[in-house]
Design a protein around this ligand. Structure first.
Ligand code: PRP
Ligand code: URA
Length: 208
């Protein structure tokens, strides 16, 4: 498994504001989108390109363009929706799949409730978007469902990861690439990331 922790001053700065319990929802959402842009730039570093010739106003030159088959973005509902706008801003023609999962409060086992994936998953890079990787149960289930549907080139993009979640994914999906803003200390006994940022879905959508 490849884990890429995006060690960047802007990510550190924005994460410190995102973590702050006093940060209001409107700013929380905007900051997640701003960090999402940086994570998107990192996560797409290895997208395949092809050579083209373009005519500038001055001369012909060789250049690179993305290969034509668009990537797939799969936000894990709900909190993954917070990362979708920055990814679509950078890749406006990407296809979007949706996956509904929630963690059972007692068992912490993910419960699937919705799924809608675009075609040609096997031929496209797939980016799973979920700001929080806690026990890893939800991410593992998301990867499992996408692999079953044919995806082979899979990356998970998260804001925060717990060591427990990374270990779980290493066991379940050693072929996965993970791009993450920070790796936190541990989980508490309710499966929340410490120090973390609280409940990402609740803070994004005002359901606290
Ligand atoms: C959160 C988060 C992840 C999951 C991570 O979603 O967005 O999907 O928990 O936890 P895990 O790694 O232990 O599975 P939640 O289940 O709270 O659903 P919500 O986004 O709808 O609130
Ligand atoms: N989901 C969240 O939103 N926050 C956590 O700390 C763990 C799971």
């Amino acid at each position: 498994m490849t884990i890429h922790v995006v060690d960047h001053p802007l990510v550190h700065h924005k994460l410190s504001l995102i973590r702050d319990r006093k940060t209001p929802g409107i700013l929380f959402r905007a900051l997640i989108e701003e960090v999402g842009l940086i994570l998107a730039a990192e996560a797409t570093r290895t997208l395949p390109t092809e050579s083209v010739v373009v005519e500038t106003p001055l001369e012909r030159t060789g250049s690179l363009r993305l290969k034509s088959l668009d990537p797939v973005l799969v936000p894990v509902l709900r909190a993954g929706l917070g990362l979708l706008p920055p990814f679509l801003q950078l890749m406006p023609t990407a296809k979007v799949g949706h996956l509904g999962l929630y963690r059972d409060h007692d068992s912490l086992v993910p419960v699937p409730y919705y799924r809608n994936f675009p075609p040609l998953l096997e031929a496209r890079p797939v980016f799973i978007l979920d700001p929080m990787l806690a026990t890893g149960g939800s991410a593992s289930e998301a990867v499992r469902q996408l692999k079953t549907a044919g995806a082979v080139n899979l990356s998970l993009v998260s804001l925060l990861a717990a060591p427990e979640g990374l270990e779980r994914l290493q066991r379940d999906h050693p072929d996965l690439t993970i791009v993450v803003g920070a790796v936190d200390r541990q989980l508490n006994d309710k499966g929340y990331i410490l120090p973390g940022l609280g409940d990402a879905g609740d803070r994004l959508f005002g359901t606290v």
